[in-house]
Design a protein around this ligand. Structure first.
Ligand code: HEM
Length: 448
């Protein structure tokens, strides 16, 4: 056992040295480059998952819990920043929700016109009531009965109509979650495009914009008002004319009719609002990130294709989620310390964390920590599910976790079945974020 510990530490040292050289080479190339400004080249390269993984590999060895007085997050009040990079410390931080609390409440209240959503709550009667109600409405057995066949059918229809060339986000990955929401939740929005626009604007403001940019807040507040008004109207219309549907909206209203606590109109609206914001941009972006990793790995792409052709959904999922591990949609999950405390107490890496500090738990780093995973830099399809932290951990672990595991492989399956799937030549074959945080265009070609 101690031999293993020595080997892992030796690998960490060598890995950190390799990553230091890689980062030095990268920064040198950025300063010597000729296209665009140094600042924009820095931003483009330093925000890639590859670069982040190099930096995190060094941190795990040298400063596993890095405490800084600098306030990097401007969007929420705080007194400094802590970056947590070892898997055991990231899980400790997310497990201790009384000490490290979610910060989203003020933004949730701003976009709903007053109400909170359960991701903005700490453990409380309200949190448990709302999350439990939504689990009764969004049922695990809907996966096999409704969501998986629906995603498979819609995905196949889209890809079949593409004749050998597809703009992945525009035609498939942004559209499909919105189509699922329309059918499964019974809330299609005024149009597919509007629903996507609202969810993306709100998700950007709530979770991605740590700089607190005014234009992002402005767009989200407008989207919030319109989206809430739409949901209020959809609830009222359904009450007037319930029809025969069995969707999430219908189930919520049935629970209201049965007098369940926390199922008044406003709570239903705020819960649907939060779930839809969590549903649409996440599945869309995660699908692109995973596919982009696969497309650049011929052997693994061939493995995913074999699994897709054989309808071996477990093997397909193993390829898709291992790919996503290399580029999850969020490299960190953040909280704020509610009191002075210590992280990794009783270990040499233990650090004091002052009340009010923003604590960034690097889930990307946790999924590459050799103290937790075997051979973390290798692409392997035999990892235990516990090695993954793709959508959170602890009390606020993603509400849609089971949906993600079942639906994401179905979104990608029709494309992965195609022969000679490849990036289109030139700029069109690179993921285009169109100035925002979400993939907007990315052309792939295949034998149709
Ligand atoms: C691949 C797709 C997805 C990813 C990567 C993802 C990511 C995440 C992450 C990282 C968290 C934790 C946030 C935190 O702790 O601060 C989370 C929580 C949450 N997600 Fe997702 N998500 C995805 C899909 C979904 C879907 C489909 C839904 C809706 C059905 C959803 C609804 C939620 C909700 C409601 C929470 C809060 C749970 C709670 O507070 O108990 N997400 N998600």
């Amino acid at each position: 056992m101690w031999l293993t510990a020595i080997r892992v530490r030796a690998e960490m040292v060598v890995g950190a040295m390799v990553s230091s050289w890689a980062l030095i080479a990268l920064v040198t190339a950025i300063f010597q480059g000729e296209h665009a400004t140094v600042a924009s080249r820095l931003k483009a390269r330093l925000t890639t998952s590859d670069t982040q993984r190099h930096a995190l590999r060094i941190l795990r060895l040298v400063w596993p819990n890095l405490v800084l007085s600098e306030r990097f997050v401007k969007a929420y009040d705080n007194t400094g920043t802590v970056l947590v990079s070892r898997a055991s410390d990231v899980t400790e931080m997310l497990d201790r929700e009384a000490d490290f609390a979610v910060v989203y409440e003020p933004k949730m209240r701003a976009i709903t016109g007053g109400g909170n959503f359960f991701l903005g709550m700490q453990d409380s009667a309200d949190y448990q009531c709302h999350v439990s109600n939504m689990r009764v409405a969004v049922r695990r057995d809907d996966l096999a009965r409704i969501l998986v066949p629906l995603a498979a059918r819609l995905g196949a229809e889209i890809v079949t109509s593409c004749a050998g060339r597809i703009d992945v986000p525009a035609q498939l990955t942004r559209r499909l979650p919105a189509l699922l929401v329309a059918e499964y939740f019974g809330t299609p929005g005024p149009s597919e495009a509007k629903l996507i626009e609202w969810c993306e604007a709100l998700f950007w403001y709530l979770f991605i914009d740590l700089a607190g940019e005014q234009r992002i807040a402005g767009a989200a507040l407008r989207a919030g008002q319109e989206f809430c008004a739409y949901l209020d109207a959809a609830i009222a219309a359904r009450k007037t004319d319930p029809g025969p549907r069995d969707d999430i909206l219908a189930r919520c209203l049935a629970m209201q009719a049965a007098d369940l606590p926390g199922m008044d109109d406003l709570s239903i609206r705020n819960n649907l609002f939060g779930l839809l914001i969590g549903f649409v941009p996440t599945l869309a972006k995660a699908s692109v990130n995973a596919l982009a990793q696969l497309v650049d790995r011929p052997e693994q792409l061939a493995g995913a294709r074999r699994a897709a052709l054989a309808d071996d959904d477990a093997a397909l999922a193993a390829h898709v989620f291992e790919a996503l591990r290399f580029d999850p949609i969020n490299p960190v999950i953040y909280r704020r310390a509610t009191r002075d405390t210590t992280i990794a107490h009783g270990t040499p890496r233990g650090r004091r964390v002052a009340k009010g500090m923003m604590v960034m738990g690097a889930n990307l780093s946790a999924m590459f920590d050799p103290m937790k995973l075997d051979d973390p830099d290798a692409f392997r399809t035999d990892r235990p599910w516990g090695d993954y932290m793709l959508w959170g951990y602890g009390m606020h672990n993603c509400f849609g976790a089971h949906i993600n595991r079942a639906v994401m492989p179905q979104i990608l399956k029709p494309l992965l079945r195609r022969e000679h799937l490849r990036r289109s030549p030139g700029a069109a074959g690179r993921v285009d974020l169109a100035g925002g945080p979400y993939p907007a265009h990315w052309i792939l070609e295949f034998v149709s």
